[in-house]
Ligand binder design. Structure first.
Ligand SMILES: [Zn+2]
Length: 399
């Protein structure tokens, strides 16, 4: 690996620490002017110039001319060199898994999407993923010496009340060690929503947002906050707790034992259950023609019926969106983010996002001092694996 990046792992001198701080500021905010960097890192003009020179000589930072002239000479802008080293980001799910080889801008250089539905244990899944990761690095004509580390999300294996918090921490360490024994790379296991939040922030909102809330609606409802682009705040394996915020204290009983949690209204299984119940109660739906018994419907059927204008499916999805919007507005009132991004399977489907956005706007109307923009996630299936790589870089540069 780039020798200077390697030294960032365990900085042994004040000088390396200063270089690392400056590099981190460029990575987070670049392309950036030297004057802004001096202010952000609290360094003098001479020191900043000397450190920038050293980062450039070590091929970690490059310089380009700004296209905007501030009267006279166009200022130089500093940015990190994306191919000074690489990252591996992996999203493991119980259906498909994605392995991405990324440069330091989190751009995908090489990628493999593999079917992992047929494995019954996490260890069998990991064995297959390790083999495929090695192949991917070889195909890219790289070796593991140029790779900073590997980030891995395994949300599907987290969401259970079976394990206590301590067990979970030990379990994650055991899995990390298992992979590190076979893959010559440092491994970080974490939650997919944390990774996705980090990648969305870095790729799309880094320049504009200081308080960032990311949320997804799928089988579970998850959320993650990032303040000043720092480390995602929810604990490993606990990002799904957003789904257990109570929306109606007299509502249906949830798997956690409480009544009326968000997931009993807005998760994919709740949506499916509501449709089955309403068809059985006599409401009409195209779905009755798709399957012989309404209990056989799957999520794909529901989403396509809704897009074909099925009123029942549309109504149930809009109700789910309404409750999701209420839960998000509760989060917004507490955390007061400037930016909220909603991701997950349902967001791009028919009117789901519109209803979420409208519900939030109505709920926040009396609180004019809270200024929050709500956006749908950029339509990318790679965001989790990109963020998994991002967390590896974040870990290296964290002071
Ligand atoms: Zn619950």
């Amino acid at each position: 690996m780039n020798a200077m990046l390697e030294s960032f792992h365990q900085p042994k001198s004040a000088k390396i620490n200063k270089l690392k701080t400056l590099y981190r500021a460029i990575q987070k905010n670049g392309p950036i002017k030297a004057e802004t960097l001096m202010l952000q890192t609290n360094t003098t003009h001479a020191t900043c110039a000397r450190l920038l020179d050293e980062l450039q000589k070590n091929n970690l930072v490059s310089v380009k001319s700004s296209t905007v002239s501030t009267g006279g000479r166009k200022p130089n802008l500093y940015q990190i060199t994306p191919d000074a080293a690489y990252l591996i980001g992996i999203e493991v799910t119980a259906l498909y898994s994605t392995i991405s080889l990324l440069d330091l801008h989190l751009s995908i250089k090489q990628q493999a999407k593999i079917k992992t539905a047929h494995f019954t244990s996490i260890y069998d899944t990991l064995d297959f993923i390790i083999t495929e990761t090695k192949k991917l690095v070889t195909t890219a004509n790289l070796s593991f010496t140029s790779i900073i580390g590997t980030g891995l999300s395994i949300d599907d294996y987290f969401d259970s009340f079976d394990h206590k918090k301590n067990d979970l921490t030990t379990e994650i360490k055991t899995l990390e060690a298992y992979i590190e024994a076979q893959l010559p790379s440092k491994v970080t296991i974490g939650s997919g929503v944390n990774f996705a939040a980090l990648a969305e922030y870095r790729l799309n909102y880094g320049a504009s947002s200081r308080r960032f809330l990311f949320s997804t609606s799928d089988m579970e409802l998850r959320s993650c906050t990032l303040t000043h682009g720092g480390t995602p705040l929810s604990s490993n394996g606990m990002s799904f707790t957003f789904g257990h915020t109570i929306i109606d204290s007299q509502g249906p009983v949830c798997s956690c034992g409480a009544k009326g949690c968000l997931r009993t209204f807005s998760s994919l299984p709740a949506i499916k259950a509501a449709i089955i119940q309403r068809v059985n109660a006599g409401e009409t739906s195209q779905l009755s023609e798709v399957v012989s018994s309404i209990e056989e419907i799957d999520f794909f059927d529901i989403l396509s019926a809704s897009e074909n204008g099925d009123t029942l499916c549309k109504n149930v999805l809009e109700e789910a969106a309404y409750y999701y919007g209420i839960a998000l507005s509760n989060q917004i009132i507490v955390y007061q983010p400037d930016t909220v991004v909603c991701g997950g399977t349902l967001i791009p489907k028919s009117s789901f996002f519109e209803v979420v956005q409208r519900t939030i706007a109505e709920r926040l109307a009396p609180f004019s001092g809270i200024s929050t923009n709500v956006y749908p996630a950029k339509d990318s299936y790679d965001i989790v694996s990109q963020g998994a790589g991002g967390i590896v870089l974040e870990k290296l540069l964290r002071s």
